[in-house]
Design a protein around this ligand. Sequence first.
Ligand code: A2P
Length: 318
Amino acid sequence: MASKVPVVTFNNGKSIPVLGLGTWKSKPGEVTQAVKDAIDIGYRHIDCAYVYGNEKEVGEALTAKINEGVVKREDLFITSKLWNTFHRPDLVRDALLKTLENLNLKYLDLYLIHWPQAYKEGGDLFPEDASGKIQFSDVDYVDTWKALEPLQKEGLVKSLGVSNFNSKQLTRLLESATIKPVTNQVECHPYLNQSRLKAFCEERDIVITAYSPLGSPDRPWAKPDEPQLLEDPKLKAVAERLGKTVAQILIRYQIDSGNIVIPKSVNKSRIASNFQVLDFKLSREDLDLINSFDCNGRFVPMTASLGHKDHPFENDEF
Ligand code: A2P
């Protein structure tokens, strides 16, 4: 059964459902059921990554739903991401093959460079030195991209993109790329609406995919005194006025801004209610109001690799 979700067409002519299920922080013991529930509810787009440590369990759900005849492979849109320790060109193909093996798929719909900054190859995914500091690699993400391009030609992946790239890094990439990235997946929500990066990407026909659209309250480094997007009184007022949940407003905010959105949940009723966003639209006035809540509020600053030459969020870059 094909998707009921509207699609966005990429710069390469392929299309992606605007709403997908996020799987960052979904525990291996919970994610199989969550993905099965999501597919039953109507989701056709699942956002994965090698570093989430749960691809095998996502794959079990995909295989089960394909075998049950609920969906065909070609009805699904599956994304994954190349982790920082596999940026060296000679490691890229095997990293993709490992992800395909985990997911039990022959091809991905979309493969992203997860972060521009490379980490020391060959060991832990977060390779710390004795003092607990992440060890970096100086591999250039442009060389990583050049190693990805043949994998699309080979048919292992239908589209290529990036994640967490700033505008300068995208500019550098575009200067050498023969295949243009289709998306830049970045943190995006009312506290960090990415208006400058969005305009930059739009001019280049690169669509924004919004991660942490609900403010990722389950991020491991969250502190109790930090603001909670889902509890914001101004957003609650909008939600009440429209008879929706705050999460539905946050998801619709992305869709009506022209972004792709991937809210994460492992709870069947929340997976279902997050999908109930296709029968309403936010007005221009409400979008402007929600845009005015921006406060450069980044929930995923990737402090572990601050100081890396390719860290995307230093020096006030956008
Ligand atoms: P759970 O998985 O238990 O539903 P983000 O997508 O921004 O990373 O946010 C994910 C977090 O938001 C998770 O903690 C998830 O919890 C929670 N969440 C997902 N959907 C909803 C919802 N509709 N209402 C409240 N919290 C939600």
